[in-house]
Design a protein around this ligand. Structure first.
Ligand SMILES: [Zn+2]
Length: 208
């Protein structure tokens, strides 16, 4: 069993999300059989939460497990991640929530959002074993937009549609027209047509 090399500055980090590590995740492991694992059996340090998600991943390499862990974190913190898209820190601070649980929400929401975003966006260090890089030509599907890194462009699409109540088919078509480099432009455009009829959305697409 080989623990991957851990840079000194990362010695307390979870390889998946950067939170303090508590466990070692072994891959491949006996609960999920992998036929063509492109790297030797290895161990990465993880936090408890990522470890639990990683054990359930159905993936054939540690990098593919990473993508599924990020998707799992996104699922767990979906609401918290949506807060940051819907509000700015200032808006949240000045919001009129008072009393009861809302006050607590106001205080902690931005902090929780920040942590969730950071964990989702965290990029683990390159994998070396005994000083040799585990060399795999693996293309990470991750997608960066507006200061966050999503496990894939589709995860970003789904999260923005969830957060802003966008019609996902309409948004995909808008994005297809403007191109993924102008993702935020597509979001702003699609938001103008929330609640529009399919006909109005069809017209909006033509005018784009
Ligand atoms: Zn973690």
């Amino acid at each position: 069993m080989t623990i991957i090399d851990i840079p000194f500055l990362k010695r307390h980090h979870c390889w998946f999300c950067g939170e303090p590590n508590q466990y070692l995740f072994t891959f491949p492991h006996k609960k999920y059989f992998v036929f063509h694992c492109p790297h030797p059996k290895l161990q990465v340090p993880t936090c408890k939460e990522c470890h639990q998600i990683a054990l359930k991943a159905k993936a054939d390499s540690i990098w593919a497990v990473n993508t599924q862990v990020k998707q799992g974190l996104m699922g767990l913190y979906k609401k918290d991640l949506a807060i940051g898209l819907n509000w700015t820190q200032e808006e949240l601070a000045n919001s009129q929530f008072e009393g009861g649980s809302f006050e607590g929400f106001q205080r902690s929401a931005w902090f929780i959002y920040g942590v969730a975003k950071q964990r989702m966006s965290y990029q683990g260090w390159p994998i070396f074993i005994d000083g040799l890089e585990v060399d795999v030509t693996y293309t990470k599907p991750c997608f960066a937009v507006d200061g966050a890194i999503y496990p894939s462009i589709d995860d970003a699409v789904q999260h923005y549609c969830y957060s802003f109540d966008l019609n996902i088919e309409f948004f995909r078509q808008v994005l297809n027209k403007v191109g993924e480099l102008r993702f935020m432009h597509a979001v702003r455009y699609a938001r103008l047509f929330v609640g529009s009829t399919p006909n109005e959305q069809a017209v909006a697409l033509k005018e784009l």
